[in-house]
Design a protein. Sequence first.
Length: 585
Amino acid sequence: MTVELLGPDSRPLSADVRNAARLQAARNRQMAATVSGEAVTRAAYQGASYNHPSFAGWHAGNYSGQSALSVSRSTLVDRLNDVARNDGWGAAGTSRLVDNIIGAGWKLAARPNHTTLNLTFDQAEEIATRIEGLWRDYTQDVDMWCDAERTKNMAGILGLAARNRFGPEGEAFGVIVWQEDAPLFSTAVHMIDPARCSNPKGTLDSEFLRDGVAIDDYGAPVGYHFRKSHPGDVYAGNTKLWSWEYVRRSTEWGRPIVVHAFDPKRPGMTRGASDWAPVMRSIKQSTDYEDFESQAAMLNAIMAAFIETPFDPEEMMAALDADGGEGALGRIYGEMSEAQKAYYGAAPINLPGVRINTLLPGEKAELTKPEHPNANFEVFVNAALRKIASAVGLTYEQLTMDWSQVNYSSARAALLEIWRGFTAKKSSFASQFMAPIYRAWLEEIFDSGLIDLPAGAITFEENPAAWCHADWIGPGRGWIDPLREAQAAGERLDRKLTTLQQESAEQGRDWKMDADQLAREARYYRSLGLKHPAEAESDTTGHNSGPSLDEGDQDTEIEDSVNGRKSARSARRHPLGIPAIGRKG
């Protein structure tokens, strides 16, 4: 008898569907046979085998990147935060990353695209110089108006965001707000703890809501759900703990509102996973091992010696039974103690400044042998630290601050290798976190009339992307041998293989600011009838790869012309209860 399979519409299934069903059924039977212990055909890839001893109990789930993170993120982040609070290596690793990527803050090198803005290169450079000056006023304001909390300048905001991004959280959130009462620039950043972004009321993820992030058909974020209070803020009268607010990613005209920096490990991820997650087990094991070794060493220090006695415990128990049972135990030990005291006090030996201890006949003192820390302790811990450093993008020496085994060649190779990683991390973080903040601020200064454009130039509103081109100068790479590497930099400049801009940026400096400072110094030296050291060296060597120090150089001070020049904007409130971004007037 022939059996025909029907689909949900009561019609016979096509041949393709029937073949797919048979293939899936075969896979299910093979899996069932594997789990039940029956013999199965060996997998073509040994890594997919279930009958190999190394893989017999390994049943990895088929998770998407975001689903794997959603079910584990809260516990994972809580444990990593505990490590950052209580483990020295965890705290040190995050600090090293922030120091090398952020340092004391970033300098702006504005690069408006003159080719698409209908500007000449010189016009674009002139405008860029003014933008950079205004940015310094904004980010280094002593009153800290760039921070909504008024506790940090932009370097502090960047440092805090980097601690979240490269630390336990694996991501950083900020909300760009509008402060009408600010004296100069109204754009400000409000840092948000990533734990506050979650699904309202703890609901499960859905097609267009993933772990607090509302997405569209392509998976692009369109808005975020923020809890009004951190879930760990437990205090009397906290009514915000179970309240959420929805914040759009940007305004209807494109001004950013929510800034979210993270590194998606797989397509479709809407939240970030920390680079520390894969090595958390190694951190815990090495920390536990260190604790156990410390406890054993302390025990060795306390228990210095033991007394070996010839008394046989079994004979003593027999004597107890024959002499009245357990009730006689105290009497027998009391008699033994009195006998020992009498023996020790009978004939003491006295030597000046020396204490002589005596033992009963047959007794001897056995000193303990300190065997902790174990000889393999340092090897085990260092191997774990190397794995941790490699996972988070540091060298072992940077993580541990142990430079005892480093020479010039190894240090140079390590610096070049690790610098590529820092550069990639810095570039990604700049594009996700710093660039949206810069774009929002740049819109404000154009809208406020602080930038005068030449006739025919493309406005910011017409092409914001071209105006937002910028480089961010972070901490310097550093030099292993300053003299040798400075000579190499001069050689590259002479051979036109590099630029002052590139060489200065690698050392965390802005070449234009350096040139302005050199010109000021040269003029001051001349006013005193002295020759500037750079000019003196040029005269004696005939070689000068630095900037010109001509008397005609002029300072590039930014005129104080920004006070009171704000265009009118509406006084909307931000969804998080902070003054919102006003619509352009």
